[in-house]
Design a protein around this ligand. Structure first.
Ligand SMILES: Cc1ncc(COP(=O)(O)O)c(C=O)c1O
Length: 350
C-alpha cells in the first residue's frame, strides 16, 4: 500500500550531490566555497545569546532584507528570504503553477527544476539550450503557455552565462512569471537584478551557499516587485528562516568585501585551471561560475570513477547532451594543482 499522492509515488525525487562523511576526499562535487565564511559571521555566532532560541524567529527575516536592500539598492519589500534558494523555488511553484499547468525550464540546467514540476503535479515544459548551451533569441517561444519559466544565469551545470538580449526577450514576451536563478552570479561579470524594476513579472533569486561560503546555513533570497513578493509571502512557511540564519546572513551582508575577495580568488583559480585543462586537450566550456564543465577525452563516467579512487570527488550526470562531461568545483589553488596532475594522468590512460 502506498499512501503518497500519485504525483509523488511515481517519481524518484531529486538526488543531491554526495556529502561523504568521514572519507578523506577532496570535495569538488557540490560547488561549495573552499574558503570559510567572513570573520564577522564567526563573531555573530560567538555573540549569539543561545537563550533567545526559545522564541520564534522574526517571520519575514526583516533584518536580512534590510541589510540586503542596502547592499543591492532595492526596497526591503522587494525581497523574500528562504531556507536556501531551493525553498524559494518550491514557494515559486506553489505560488505560480497550479496542478496540470506548465512549468518551463531550460535544459540542460539545474536538475531540481523538473522535479519541482513533478512534485506540484505540474506539466514539464523543457526549453532546449542551443549547441553552445546558451539561449536562442526566440527561446521564449518554447515556453509558450507555461505559468512560470525558470532558468539559471549563469547556468548550471554547464557554467555558461546566458545571452542577456535573449533574457530580455523572455521578460518581454513570456506571459507568465520569469524566474532568473542567480545562484552563481558573484562569479560572473554581470547580473539581471535591475530587471525586477523594468518588468512586473521578473524574479531574481540568490543564495548564500556559494559566494558567501554558507551552504550549511541554508539561506537564500528572491527579489521582485512588491506585488509578486506579497503573493509568495502567503505561501512560505511562517518561520522559514531561523533566528541563527538571519543573524549570520546579516553579518555576511555586512562584509561584502570579504565575499568579493574570495569570489575573485576563485575566478583566478578557475581561469588558470581552464587554461591548463585546455593545454592537455580537454574541452572546457567558458565558465561564469565557481565550477568548470569539462569534456573529457576518455568516457566521462570512467574518468569520474578514477578521479574518485584518487580522492577527487567531482560530479557526473548521466543525462542526454552532458554525459561526456564532468563538473569540477573550483577549490583552493593547491587542491586544483593536485587535481590537474591527477586528471592529466587519468585522461591520458588508454
Ligand atoms: C542553479 C542552482 N540554483 C539553486 C541552487 C540551490 O542553492 P541553495 O543552497 O540556496 O538551496 C543550486 C545549488 O547547487 C544551483 O546550482
Amino acid at each position: 500500500m502506498n499512501y503518497a499522492r500519485e504525483a509523488i509515488s511515481r517519481i524518484a525525487g531529486y538526488v543531491p550531490g554526495e556529502q561523504p562523511q568521514g572519507q578523506p576526499l577532496i570535495k569538488l562535487n557540490t560547488n561549495e566555497n573552499p574558503y570559510p565564511p567572513s570573520p564577522k559571521v564567526a563573531k555573530a555566532l560567538r555573540d549569539f545569546d543561545w537563550q533567545r532560541l526559545r522564541l520564534y524567529s522574526e517571520p519575514s527575516a526583516k533584518m536580512v532584507r534590510e541589510a540586503a536592500a542596502g547592499v543591492y539598492g532595492v526596497k526591503a519589500g522587494q525581497i523574500i528570504c528562504g531556507n536556501g534558494s531551493d525553498d524559494l523555488l518550491t514557494i515559486a511553484l506553489r505560488t505560480f503553477v497550479g496542478e496540470g499547468e506548465k512549468l518551463a525550464y531550460t535544459e540542460p540546467s539545474y536538475s531540481l527544476y523538473p522535479v519541482l514540476a513533478d512534485l506540484q503535479g505540474a506539466v514539464r515544459q523543457p526549453v532546449a539550450l542551443n549547441d553552445s548551451f546558451d539561449l536562442d533569441q526566440d527561446a521564449w517561444k518554447q515556453a509558450a503557455d507555461a505559468k512560470l519559466f525558470i532558468f539559471a544565469r549563469p547556468n548550471a551545470p554547464t557554467g555558461t552565462n546566458l545571452d542577456k538580449t535573449a533574457v530580455r526577450a523572455i521578460c518581454e514576451n513570456f506571459k507568465g512569471v520569469v524566474w532568473i536563478d542567480e545562484a552563481y552570479v558573484d562569479f560572473s561579470g554581470d547580473n539581471c537584478l535591475s530587471l525586477i524594476d523594468e518588468y512586473p513579472n521578473v524574479v531574481v533569486s540568490r543564495t548564500f551557499s556559494k559566494s558567501f561560503s554558507l551552504a550549511g546555513l541554508r539561506m537564500g533570497m528572491a527579489f521582485a516587485n512588491e506585488a509578486l513578493i506579497y503573493e509568495m509571502n502567503k505561501v512560505k512557511d511562517s518561520y522559514n528562516v531561523d533566528m541563527i540564519s538571519q543573524i549570520v546572513a546579516t553579518a555576511a551582508l555586512n562584509d561584502m568585501a570579504y565575499m568579493q575577495a574570495n569570489a575573485a580568488r576563485i575566478r583566478d583559480t578557475r581561469d588558470w585551471l581552464a587554461a591548463e585543462l585546455a593545454k592537455i586537450g580537454c574541452k572546457v566550456l567558458p565558465s561564469s561560475t565557481n565550477f568548470l564543465f569539462v569534456e573529457t577525452k576518455r568516457p566521462a563516467a570512467k574518468v569520474f570513477q578514477e578521479l574518485k579512487e584518487a580522492r577527487y570527488l567531482v560530479r557526473y550526470f548521466n543525462l542526454p547532451r552532458i554525459s561526456q562531461y564532468i563538473r569540477v568545483t573550483i577549490g583552493k589553488r593547491e587542491d586544483m594543482e593536485g587535481f590537474l596532475k591527477t586528471i592529466t594522468a587519468i585522461d591520458a590512460r588508454g
